[in-house]
Design a protein around this ligand. Structure first.
Ligand code: ADP
Ligand code: MG
Length: 710
């Protein structure tokens, strides 16, 4: 195929390299031409929808009132249209010149010049499987035009033409999904589905084709997980006997009674550990739900057991535990928590990160409560000969040079995936595979958990420790901003600290997105310093900063060298600063509720009354309704389900990180489809662990297994 330079670049940007890639570039949705109106046909007072290309775009402040304005010119073949948005400064960074948009709003015409005021921008990302209303234009009855994710040089029209030609030459493609499975769910063959998804004759055709591809993806992910799980079951882990350990007295020393949820989860885990089949458990619990105590109890039970060698009872040495945290800061915090929990037990705890190693206590059986710095070489030696039972660290833990003698349990905090390969690499010289306890505070709905964590058993910590103060949550309208700032100022005067979170900005190009967010964080910090909190010490945190700068900013805040931390929503979830008792979230309506809940959890860490202020840019009923739901919700998982139902998968925190396509993600709203794909996958692996009867399917599963979500 001969391509224009622009087209070639555009395709590259979209990650499309082959004809096959292009065939798998599915329409984001389908437009019904009969519902659009051309710009030349617009009349004063119309409420209309136009589809056109942005040719100019700028953001500014109005002269007198200082209201934020975003202005654009859009053009279709019939003419030009002026567009203006009030109070939505972030639109300018979400949209870009050259992009095709669909806008719905009120038209006014002065001196023959039409203007569209505050129109709704149609996002091309929405593609529900079952709610046809948003996949197709309302009341569609005309010709369906596929609308593709496009970029400069490759328009939807280009895709339509190119794909039509490719489909015309398409021979029957061999289907990788077993035909009896397709038949069971009335799903079309691969060839039919490709034709229907790109050139549907009806809505039903398109919907069925999408279902087929959604099933396809979820099925393959599940096959990969089922296979991994089956392989793991063939491996051996150290069986841990909780009955030889005085767990109750360890729990008593925690200083608080376990919550019902903690007790239940501890029971699950101890039961798993008694098996010599490796445990694979995911512990989901909101920030502050007490995952550390659970991890510590499992750790204690493990290190108080002795390694068994070939059936003989060995009375010397001990089993080891590795605890991995996602950042140096969190690893260090967890090291300190563990010192606190293990200081009376005579059990040594070590820390290993990129910037050095520590060991507690300074000397074995000394009554010191402090740690000492040691060399990496020395620590490696003590880990290799089994002398140090508990090692906490970052990714440095799974480096080749580090070898455990009797690693029995690996605990992973906030890591998205941690598969068999990593487990094996932790326990290289050992025939045993460690038990795995994975912990997360990221609330995700059940269908997503079942899919991406299909190889793990789930436990939920759905109860906060008693006595935790409920966060007082308020939706703040623009005219009440000053009142809120005054409240924050008085909290600062009492010696508390506050987070201010800048709005989420949706920008398809991740680099551009980071830059835009960084700029908004810096600008907001400056504005707050100048106009609102002149006396406060203000720090900033965003993802464009270097790792060192980020740590520095977080540590300064933790040590109360700054009073306010202006940050993006991506600041580390587990960071613990108990003295921070208020959080302002700008542009709150842009966040998923589960994500807001996570942000709110950061200020719920002390005995002071915590406050959460949601600054919203709109006063719509829907926003009010969502926020009401948010104020009353008990936990993040409830909110994740609610988000999925009401707003789709776009709201899931960090949805890009799960490594699934838009169609796959959207299918998560379809519980039946997800469960069917899962059932079929596990049944197939049960019969045939290597998928030897379906070569093409086995290839695809292999490709999927290579994807790690880290
Ligand atoms: P997370 O689940 O976010 O990791 P942590 O384990 O850090 O939560 O616990 C948060 C705080 O709650 C800690 O200060 C911890 O000591 C305390 N905590 C944990 N469990 C309980 C409990 N059952 N009763 C009272 N306080 C608890
Ligand atoms: Mg934690």
């Amino acid at each position: 195929m001969r391509l224009k330079e622009d087209t070639r670049k555009g395709l590259q940007k979209l990650g499309l390299h082959t004809v096959r890639d292009i065939l798998y570039h599915f329409p984001a949705r389908y437009a019904d031409e009969s519902t659009f109106i051309s710009i030349a046909q617009l009349r004063d007072g119309d409420h209309a929808t136009v589809r056109a290309t942005i040719t100019a775009l700028k953001a500014r402040k109005s002269w007198k009132t200082k209201v934020a304005l975003t202005e654009a010119t859009i053009e279709d073949v019939s003419g030009k249209l002026h567009v203006i948005w009030f109070n939505q400064p972030y639109l300018a960074s979400m949209l870009s010149v050259g992009q095709t948009v669909e806008l719905t709003g009120k038209v006014s015409i002065h001196n023959d010049k039409p203007t569209l005021t505050n129109p709704v921008v149609r996002e091309e990302k929405v593609l529900p499987i079952d709610s046809m209303d948003s996949l197709f234009g309302k009341d569609a009855h005309g010709v369906l035009t596929p609308i593709y994710p496009e970029t400069k040089g490759v328009s939807s029209l280009w895709f339509s033409h190119t794909i039509a030609r490719a489909l015309a030459e398409l021979k029957e493609v061999k289907d990788h999904i077993p035909s009896e499975i397709l038949a069971r769910y009335s799903l079309p063959s691969l060839t039919t589905a490709l034709i229907w998804i790109h050139t549907p004759k009806s809505r039903t055709d398109a919907t069925i084709a999408r279902k087929r591809f959604a099933f396809d993806e979820i099925f393959i992910i599940n096959l990969a997980r089922a296979q991994e799980r089956a392989k793991l079951k063939e491996r051996q882990a150290y069986a841990i006997d909780p009955s030889v350990v005085d767990i109750d007295s360890f729990i008593t020393k925690l200083g608080f009674p376990l919550t019902g949820a903690q007790q239940k989860v501890v029971d699950h885990i101890l039961k798993d550990l008694t098996n010599d089949i490796p445990m694979s458990r995911l512990l989901e619990g909101d920030v502050g739900s007490g995952k550390t105590a659970v991890a510590a109890i499992a750790t204690y039970a493990t290190v108080m057991n002795r390694p068994l060698k070939q059936g003989t009872k060995q009375t010397f040495g001990n089993l080891q535990v590795a605890y991995m945290a996602p950042t140096e800061l969190l690893a260090t915090q967890q090291f300190e928590s563990f010192i606190e929990l293990f200081k009376d037990t005579n059990i040594q705890v070590a820390l290993i990160t990129g910037s050095g190693c520590r060991k507690f206590p300074t000397k074995v059986s000394s009554h010191h409560t402090s740690w000492t710095t040691i060399s990496r070489a020395q620590l490696s030696k003590w880990i290799a000969n089994g002398e140090i039972p508990i090692v906490i660290g970052t990714h440095a833990l799974i480096q080749k040079s580090l070898v455990f003698k009797h690693l029995a349990l690996a605990i992973i905090d906030e890591q998205h995936r941690f598969g068999l390969n990593q487990r094996k690499s932790l326990a290289k010289k050992d025939s045993h595979v460690p038990h795995l306890l994975s912990m997360t505070a990221t609330p995700i709905p059940r269908t997503l958990a079942l899919t991406i964590y299909g190889d793990l058993d789930l436990s939920l910590l759905d109860e906060l420790p008693a006595g935790r103060k409920q966060v007082e949550t308020t939706l703040v309208t623009p005219e009440k901003r000053d009142e809120t700032y005054a409240k924050i100022a008085s909290l600062l005067a009492e010696g508390r600290q506050a987070y201010i979170i800048c709005p989420r900005i949706d920008e398809p190009d991740p680099d551009k997105q980071k830059a835009v967010i960084a700029k908004s964080v810096e600008a907001e910090a400056k504005r707050l310093q100048r106009d609102v909190f002149p006396k406060a010490r203000i720090g900033i945190l965003h993802s464009k900063m270097t790792k060192d700068k980020k740590t520095e900013a977080m540590e300064a805040f933790a040590r109360h060298e700054t009073d306010i931390l202006v940050a993006t929503s991506v600041v580390e979830v587990g960071v613990n600063v108990p003295n921070a008792t208020a959080i302002i979230i700008e542009g709150a309506e842009r966040f998923g509720l589960a994500q807001l809940h996570q942000l709110r959890g950061r200020v719920q860490r002390s005995s002071h009354q915590p406050y959460c202020y949601l600054f919203a840019e709109t006063k719509s009923e829907r926003t009010a309704e969502r926020m009401k739901h948010f104020t009353h919700a008990k936990n993040g998982f409830e909110l994740a389900e609610y988000d999925l139902e009401m707003r789709g998968t776009g709201e899931l925190a960090g949805s890009s990180q799960w490594g699934m396509s838009d169609i796959g993600m959207e299918a998560l709203r379809n519980r039946k489809l997800v469960e069917a794909a899962r059932l079929e996958a596990y049944a197939l692996i049960e019969r045939d662990i290597t998928i030897s009867n379906h070569a093409e399917l086995a290839n695809r599963v292999l490709a999927m297994s290579g994807v790690h979500f880290e």
